[in-house]
Design a protein around this ligand. Structure first.
Ligand SMILES: Cc1cc2nc3c(=O)[nH]c(=O)nc-3n(C[C@H](O)[C@H](O)[C@H](O)COP(=O)(O)O)c2cc1C
Length: 320
């Protein structure tokens, strides 16, 4: 039987299937269900910079059985404590913010509460024409350095794909103290209702078609700087998991698939992964990880732009 063990952020995971940050991981009940279905690790929902700036505990906060969005820091810390005591899999806490500030000291509290690692989800939509990309990246790096100084546990940075030079930023994040990268977060773009003439906050789940973006960047960044890589966005099936592992990911993260199908969806995905490994005679994840990364394939340009024209040309116009 295939051995699914993997290492992520220096932690030993019994499976590369990880539940990424979402409402599913925001309650002890949800976490237990994920563990029972075979998940290798869990990332809790993000504790937002805005919640920490307010800091005033809300009535009823602090019981820890539901640290959903906006429940505040006390409820969040209680969930971290309970989750790490109850579960036998690694529990990764998540902080969301973009500026330097007092909120960063909460990283140390998450470590004290028992978090095995911290994921920093830095997200900032810069709509100021005067602010350059370099300055935005500079803020990100400052936050990572500050958090790194505050904690001893492993630190992952979850990025959006919208940077001009992602490989350069990735290298700088590693220098600033990141032990791993989560590629990528997926943001909800507002929509417009043309009848009500209103802007809508539309939340749509992903599909496997969105896997291509993390797949490319995992393949490009595999084995640079010796950091961990997590694939996020578009992982729904065993096929998707195999693809990101072949590209070089250490773990495959899932949210949409688990929200849509429930935690038990992990079971057929794990079975499919085992089945594929058996058919292709892989005994361990280590053997297959990165087999199709940019460094491993005969045509590295496949992951860049060079074959763009060929790919477009292969798409012929429909015959009438
Ligand atoms: C309802 C919902 C809530 C989410 N909350 C968070 C969050 O608090 N922090 C975070 O870093 N990502 C959050 N995410 C993003 C997911 O962790 C994940 O990166 C994204 O959905 C892409 O993966 P998927 O294609 O498997 O859904 C959320 C996603 C959804 C759908």
């Amino acid at each position: 039987m295939a051995d699914l063990r993997t290492r992520y952020l220096g932690l030993e995971l019994h499976s590369p299937l990880v539940a990424s940050s979402s409402p599913l991981t925001g309650s002890l009940d949800g976490l237990r269900r994920l563990e029972a279905a075979g998940v290798g690790a869990v990332v809790l929902p993000s504790l937002f910079e805005e919640e920490l700036a307010a800091e005033a505990p809300r009535p009823g906060a602090g019981h820890g059985d539901q640290a959903g969005y906006g429940a505040g820091p006390a409820a969040y810390l209680a969930l971290v404590e309970q989750a790490t005591q109850t579960l036998s899999i690694p529990v990764i806490a998540s902080l969301n913010g973009s500026s330097r500030g007092g909120w960063v000291r909460h990283a140390a509290r998450l470590e004290e509460a028992g978090a095995d690692a911290l994921e920093l989800n830095i997200y900032y939509v810069s709509s100021r024409p005067g602010l350059s990309g370099g300055e935005v990246e500079g803020h990100y790096l400052d936050v990572v350095r500050e958090v790194r100084r505050a904690i001893g546990i492993p630190l992952a940075v979850k990025l959006s794909p919208y940077f001009s030079s992602l490989a350069n930023l990735a290298g700088q994040l590693v220098e600033a103290g990141a032990n791993g990268l989560v590629l990528f977060n997926r943001f909800y773009q507002p929509d417009i209702d043309i009848e009500a003439l209103q802007v809508l906050a539309a939340l749509e789940l992903s599909s496997s078609a969105e896997l291509r973006l993390p797949l490319r960047w995992i393949a490009i960044l595999h084995r640079r700087w010796g950091i961990s890589l997590a694939a996020s966005t578009g992982v729904h099936t065993a096929t998707d998991v195999v693809k990101v592992l072949l590209a070089g990911a250490d773990v495959a993260m899932m949210t949409s698939a688990l929200l849509h199908n429930g935690p038990d969806h992990l079971r057929p995905v794990e079975m499919g992964l085992r089945d594929w490994m058996d058919r292709h005679r892989y005994e361990t994840i280590d053997q297959l990880r990165g087999q199709l990364s940019q460094r491993s394939v005969p045509d590295p340009a496949a992951f860049e732009r060079a074959n763009y024209i060929k790919t477009l040309a292969s798409r012929t116009a429909p015959r009438r």
